[in-house]
Design a protein around this ligand. Sequence first.
Ligand code: C2E
Ligand code: CA
Ligand code: CA
Length: 307
Amino acid sequence: MSIGVAKAREAGYDLSQLVSNADLAMYRSKARGRGVYTIFDPEMSESHKRKILIANSIEAAIEENQFSLHYQPKINLNGEIDSLEALIRWHHPELGPVMPSEFILVAEQAGKITSITQWVLNQASKELAELMSIYTPKIRLAINLSVHDLRHSELFDWIYNAFQAHSVNPENVEFEVTESAYLDNFETSESLFKRLHNLGCTIALDDFGTGYSSLSYLTRITIDTLKIDRQFVMELDTSERSRLVTISIIDLARRLSLKICAEGVETISQWEYLKALGCDTLQGYLFSKPRPLADIKNQPDYQRQAG
Ligand code: C2E
Ligand code: CA
Ligand code: CA
């Protein structure tokens, strides 16, 4: 059971307002895992309005080109740029910059993520040629897929069509997907990623270590890389447990012949620690924040920050 409590006074003694406030509070209870009650707070209707505005702006954002892609490098053990992750950005005409951590979730809930994914696939495919000429023809571009994308049987065709339209060699593309997205749609994911793998794409399991507790599935899925979640990297200097988990993940990956990428590297000590453990690639603000293509053109090298 999930309970929402609202006060008549706060609703101006308007019955439908009162019920809608109670409803918003009840949805908070659901989001908190049910079995709790939540008391309505006016901030909830503000955040609800913002969500509605975001959800209703997505189609126009695509038509009016408000989205863009930023690219964040992944650095190999020689300190060279091995690949780039495409991360979407949105400059909303009223709200200003809105980050994907906010709008991807709203888009998923509103059933609008697939149009964003199609936009990303096309835009990334279009910009890949330029990235190849800046770096190397072998550069890999990583594209994030949402759990909802994996439920669409047409996803393979969207990808294939985007590749065709922009003459993309699939060997230049990696897809990042979280373990829960993969496993929640095991059958469709497995068949999709097998087909993409056959084309030459690689697959990385994103945010690894935070989702499932069972590891047996790792031997049954089609992946190339484990991406250690930022949470473990962040705690390397302070938590013995995170160090042990990180060591174990790297050991596990090696035994399964998978590559390892660590994300969220911000300090030199994290970098040195992960390098010594033999992580294949590293990604994080220490090397570079995600940057737009125009910036990269002016300054292709990453600028390691003092960490
Ligand atoms: P993610 O795929 O785990 O991406 C990593 C996030 O961590 C990015 O946030 C990146 O900017 C940030 N990050 C990278 N290095 C550091 C670091 O050293 N320190 C800290 N604190 N953060 C770092 P961003 O760009 O805001 O994206 C958030 C999430 O939104 C992504 O998490 C991904 O799940 C989703 N997302 C972004 N672009 C797309 C997209 O095109 N499609 C889909 N489906 N999801 C996307
Ligand atoms: Ca990712
Ligand atoms: Ca991640």
